[in-house]
Design a protein around this ligand. Structure first.
Ligand code: LLP
Length: 432
């Protein structure tokens, strides 16, 4: 009935997540509130782990892209579910290490890592450093040499495939801040540079072609290009790299028209392409890594708000204002992202009104949705925005000195707080 199968409506006509009444959650924890279904998250992790087992015969690892939603509990869940982790900052790395996430299963990304971040990664024995550019390469050589450690490196490559939700472009990706270009020979030069250095070990190559992708063709196409490059490396340098990381980007359902394929379908098609290409190119099948972020947490999360002012502008539109906004979900103002909305305490009533949902920030563009189909709401109703588990909490800000909302996870019909919300003291705690 809704975009996410962890949602339902109970006998009181209230929206539930993981079987828990969302209006009770709003009363207990206050609003705005991020709520995530931990059982659903674990199920998603298991589907990726399983699809690697089935499609690649276990010769691979699914890394959770923690940028989608990073907190200590998410790191614990991923560790317990046998996932690896993609981190992209010292902060994400610190969070993972703080719960004892196995460092060898952490992959460190980023197009502008600082020296301090590289030192932190090398000293803590992070599994792979995914090197993005020459400056980083130089810095990493120095860091590894002075700490007397050998750093295992993957190179981020621009495969020339840029995927959007419904289409993909096969050329013209040279203009990207991420990675080494293939066409100019830059990528091959970087390979030789790493191979020359005794403190670095080149284990593989990485690419990431986009996000919220429904089509499997761009993934198989990128895999072919990357394997072609691995074959070039073998021919030109004699080295056969053992790992291929194909990044994340698997689409989720935000609206009823979104039809993402099952995770297993991506893995199935990609691994078939990999096997065929390897035979054709005379390569051993590499260890395959994928980096799902949104698809692990996106549809497992919702955000609850309390409705405040309802402003009807005759002949124009009705603004329904809520107690959150772009500070907890900047995706509408950034990408005009479309969500499904439900009045949590009137979930069994028809969604007969068309409204604009506005946030409380001092900015006209601070909206959560326009042309939103919604029940007839009144002040103090609870509004739920669905599929907000990815890139909402992680992209939240303190704009207008609003308090960042807490995060609650539900599991086995019970709710637990996993991230406390800000207090006013938190807001001023770093001010001098
Ligand atoms: N790996 C790399 C190297 C990435 O850059 C990303 C996402 C992922 C994996 C995970 O992609 P996913 O499976 O989540 O699509 N803030 C935007 C999304 C930015 C994605 C950035 N990179 C949004 O809210 O839609």
């Amino acid at each position: 009935m809704y975009v996410s199968d962890c949602l339902s409506v109970n006998n009181s006509g209230h929206l539930t997540i993981g079987g828990v009444d969302t209006t009770e959650l709003a009363t207990e924890f206050g609003t705005p509130l991020y709520v995530m279904d931990e059982d659903k998250i674990r199920q998603n992790c298991r589907e990726f782990v399983q699809s690697i087992k089935e499609s690649c015969g276990g010769n691979g690892l699914a890394l959770y892209a923690s940028k989608a939603m990073c907190c200590r509990q998410m790191c614990r869940i991923c560790a317990e579910e046998g996932m690896g982790l993609d981190v992209v900052s010292g902060g994400e790395l610190y969070t993972a290490l703080s719960v004892g996430f196995p460092a060898e299963r952490i992959y460190f990304h980023g197009n502008n890592k600082s020296k301090d971040e590289l030192i932190m990664a090398v000293e803590n024995g992070v599994g792979r450093i995914v090197v993005d550019n020459y400056s980083e390469l130089e810095m990493l050589e120095e860091v590894a040499a002075s700490s007397n450690k050998k750093a295992a490196v993957m190179l981020r490559i621009k495969p020339g495939v840029e995927a959007h939700t419904h289409e993909f472009i096969k050329t013209g990706q040279i203009d990207s801040k991420f990675g080494f270009a293939l066409e100019t020979g830059e990528a091959m030069e970087a390979v030789r540079e790493v191979q020359k250095n005794g403190s670095l070990e080149l284990v593989g190559v990485h690419c990431h072609i986009g996000s919220q992708i429904f089509d499997t063709d761009p993934f198989t196409h990128a895999a072919e290009i990357m394997l072609g490059f691995m074959a070039d490396i073998k021919r030109e340098t004699g080295a056969e790299l053992s790992e291929l990381n194909l990044g994340g980007g698997f689409g989720i359902k935000y609206n009823e028209n979104d039809m993402p394929p099952a995770f297993s379908e991506y893995m199935d098609r990609v691994s078939k392409t990999i096997d065929e290409s390897c035979i054709r190119l005379g390569l051993k099948t590499p260890f395959i890594l994928i980096e799902p972020g949104r698809s692990i947490v996106g549809a497992a999360g919702i955000t609850l708000y309390t409705v405040g002012a309802v402003k009807k502008i005759p002949g124009i539109r009705t603004y329904v204002s809520v107690d959150g906004g772009m500070f907890d979900n900047p995706r509408y103002i950034l990408y005009q992202s479309k969500y499904e909305f439900v009045c949590a305490n009137r979930a069994s009533e028809p969604r007969g009104d068309t409204v604009t949902v506005a946030g409380k920030c001092c900015e006209s563009g601070d909206l959560l949705g326009e042309g939103v189909k919604l029940q007839h709401v009144k002040p103090d109703d609870i509004l739920a925005v669905l599929s907000t588990g990815a890139y909402n909490f992680s992209m939240a800000s303190g704009y207008n000195r609003n308090k960042r909302p807490p995060v609650v996870m539900v599991s086995g019909g019970k709710a637990k707080l996993v991230v406390r919300g800000d207090s006013y003291d938190d807001i001023i705690k770093n001010d001098i």
